[in-house]
Design a protein around this ligand. Structure first.
Ligand code: TYM
Length: 332
């Protein structure tokens, strides 16, 4: 039976890349009636320094972001990672299955640790093994994510396969990444060769879910583009990363294909297209922003939702962890 799992780090503001690459697509699985678990990965967030108060606020804000994006806590399971201890427990087992060499090849590790890997936390290095545990402690089969998580999901399959092979079992499923739609890799508004990211020092490079309508319009107006008009076919975007990014964003926000969008806006100058895009972005995002603000006014209710989610999650994770321990040979 299919089961969906995905996670987002509660570190800093959510941005348009998180929304289009992940959040917006999560509600789809839920609405198709597939059992879905969505997770705020606070244990992942602390692989780099976090102020305790900020981590708490970001976790609750992310929970509000999930709900405002259409995740219904009555239909899906909404959890905070550290409240379901089986994630960290299975991660330890996977730390002993995964190989140092595999982890060292992760591009995200190389990017984040940079030249000074000696000073990076051990948790940052082991990050993908915890991610594999997040998914496999539910025997999840499908994981909707943005393009940047693809390598981590391949590693998740490698860990599952090695565990099954080493212990001679067919226990953990090989998970399918679900990387779909027009906006699996939303790029920076200032540089079409870099992905939109919360760690970019320039706030103008991204649209935050917390930005007001004026800020969104201004950032889109100032977005880097080239001087040409929009093409009428997708192949005309190939060597134009900034133009392609804005069209992809338009397509994802309006639930259309790139071809459909270009048949509508092909031939337009950016002076015409950007205001259309800004209006669309504000129309789609401001209801989410205001719903998040409304939910954040009652943090106790958010905490109740997370406590309820954790209890539901543990009904799935506890038996899977128990069975894993038994396979590994732990007494108890
Ligand atoms: P995180 O918190 O960096 O990002 C959350 C989700 O947003 C997607 N995303 C993007 N999509 C399109 N364009 C972008 N510019 C962009 N930036 C981010 C990410 O691909 C992701 O889907 N390691 C994960 C969190 C995680 C997880 C998991 C995910 C932990 N355990 C288990 C899936 C399953 C991360 O850091 O995502």
């Amino acid at each position: 039976t299919p089961r969906v799992f995905s996670g987002i780090q509660p570190s800093g503001d959510l941005h348009l890349g998180n929304y289009l690459g992940a959040l917006k697509r999560f509600a789809d699985a839920q609405d198709q009636g597939i059992q879905s678990i969505y997770c705020m990965v606070d244990l992942h967030a602390i692989t780099v320094p976090q102020k305790p108060e900020d981590l708490k606020r970001s976790t609750r804000e992310l929970c509000a972001g999930f709900i405002a994006s259409g995740i219904d806590p009555q239909k899906s399971i909404l959890i905070n990672q550290s409240q379901v201890p089986e994630h960290a427990q299975l991660a330890w087992i996977f730390n002993c299955v995964a190989r140092m060499g595999w982890m060292g090849r992760m591009t995200q590790w190389k990017d984040k640790a940079g030249k000074n890997a000696e000073a990076a936390s051990l948790g940052l290095f082991a990050y993908p093994a915890l991610m594999a545990a997040d998914i496999l402690v539910y025997h999840a089969t499908h994981v909707p994510v943005g393009e940047d998580q693809k390598q981590h999901l391949e590693l998740t399959r490698d860990i599952a396969a090695k565990f099954n092979h080493d212990y001679g079992v067919d226990f953990f499923p090989l998970t399918e990444p679900v990387i779909e739609g027009a906006a699996t890799r939303v790029m920076s508004l200032r540089d079409g060769s870099k992905k939109m990211s919360k760690s970019d020092p320039s706030d103008a490079s991204r649209i935050n879910l917390s930005d007001d309508a004026d800020t969104i319009a201004k950032k889109i107006r100032k977005a880097k583009t080239d001087p040409d008009a929009l093409p009428s076919e997708a192949k005309g975007l190939e060597a134009r990363p900034e133009a392609r990014n804005l069209v992809n964003i338009y397509a994802a926000l309006s639930d259309q294909s790139v071809e459909q969008v270009l048949s509508e806006v092909g031939g337009q100058q950016f002076g015409t297209f950007k205001p259309l895009l800004a209006e669309l972005a504000v129309t789609k995002m401001s209801p989410i922003t205001s719903e998040m603000t409304r939910l954040m006014a009652d943090p106790a209710e958010i905490d109740r939702i997370l406590a309820h989610g954790a209890a539901q999650a543990r009904e799935i994770t506890a038996p899977i962890l128990r069975k894993t321990y038994e396979i590994v040979g732990m007494v108890g």
